[in-house]
Design a protein around this ligand. Structure first.
Ligand code: DON
Length: 307
């Protein structure tokens, strides 16, 4: 099968989406994120055979927020394998990413590693293993991208740390069920720093490409996870990566994906490419509104999805 003309398709998507730029609501519960202009739009595709296609603000860094949960979960899965699932589940939650309600019914075991509660358990695993979990994560994405200048934004991290009551409540609540090994406040500190990592669309697509390439990062040839684990992580993205919108998202887009409240969404097409889109305006579920449209148009116009 010949490859679609990704360059032209990205140009067309940019042109046709232009009237929609700025739609949605920029996250403001982390005050520093509210300073980002809603009108930004960037998109990048990196193929497993090394081609890079980009449009708009694809080279401008933004706050990756919950997209960090994908990389954190990958590191924790590398460390623990299937025993990770003793502490966090693999089912979609059907609830908002920052919801507390299921935690009490389900005895402090979060539904999946991509909602906040599950990500806090994952960060707890990393805090136990590494002196600084956020540094381990920054080093991981630097390796995956070959970009040594990637780092977390201290202002964004401090802004979230000053407004992290809900996540703190979750971490302490899970501690009360015995599902937190490290002090909850240390885990919150590392979690807010990992969410504050800044990357651009090209870097994020490059970093996620191992999932589309049997677990091997094309950037450095590193076997990040085995092929079976790449399948499993992608499956989790499909069912849980966009929270309570996961069903609607996969209906529209047909790709495993992970979103963040900075307005980024990363998605993969196994064997072909990783794509990242960024548009800061969110819909009520916390997923980029225009970003979802862009990905829907990409899979519709290329005729390529996992289905
Ligand atoms: O914990 C939080 O609320 C943020 N640091 C991350 C949430 C997030 O990105 C949800 N994604 N759509």
């Amino acid at each position: 099968m010949t490859s679609p003309d990704y360059a032209s398709i990205l140009d067309e998507i940019y042109r046709d989406l232009r009237p929609h730029f700025g739609r949605g609501r920029v996250a403001d519960y982390i005050p520093e994120l509210a300073n980002v202009r809603a009108e930004h739009f960037g998109m990048a595709i990196v193929t497993v055979d090394g081609h890079v296609y980009r449009s708009g603000d694809a080279d401008l860094r933004f706050s990756i927020q919950s997209i960090s949960k994908l990389f954190a979960c990958t590191l924790a899965f590398q460390l623990l394998g299937d025993s990770l699932w003793d502490r966090v589940g693999r089912e979609p939650s059907g609830n908002a990413f920052n919801s507390l309600v299921q935690l009490e019914f389900e005895a402090g075991k979060p539904r999946n590693p991509f909602i906040n509660a599950g990500a806090l358990v994952v960060t707890d695993v990393l805090c136990r293993r590494f002196v600084r979990a956020e540094t381990a994560l920054v080093e991981f994405v630097r390796r995956l991208t070959g970009e040594p200048s990637i780092d977390y934004d201290l202002r964004v991290a401090e802004s979230e740390l000053a407004h992290a009551e809900r996540n703190r409540a979750m971490a302490h609540f899970m501690a009360s069920f015995g599902n937190m090994d490290m002090p909850a406040d240390a885990v919150i500190d590392a979690y807010c720093r990992q969410c504050a990592i800044s990357m651009n669309c090209v870097e994020l697509a490059r970093a996620a490409l191992f999932l589309a390439n049997g677990g091997v990062s094309p950037a450095n040839g590193e076997q990040v996870v085995d092929a079976s684990s790449a399948k499993r992580l992608s499956a989790l993205m499909l069912t849980c990566g966009t929270y309570d919108a996961a069903g609607d998202f996969v209906y529209r887009v047909g790709l495993p994906a992970k979103s963040g409240v900075g307005g980024g969404i990363v998605a993969v097409l196994p064997g072909e490419f990783a794509v990242c889109v960024w548009s800061p305006g969110l819909d009520p579920t916390g997923n980029s509104q225009v970003g979802q449209m862009a990905l829907e148009w990409l899979t519709t116009r290329t005729g390529r999805s996992i289905f």
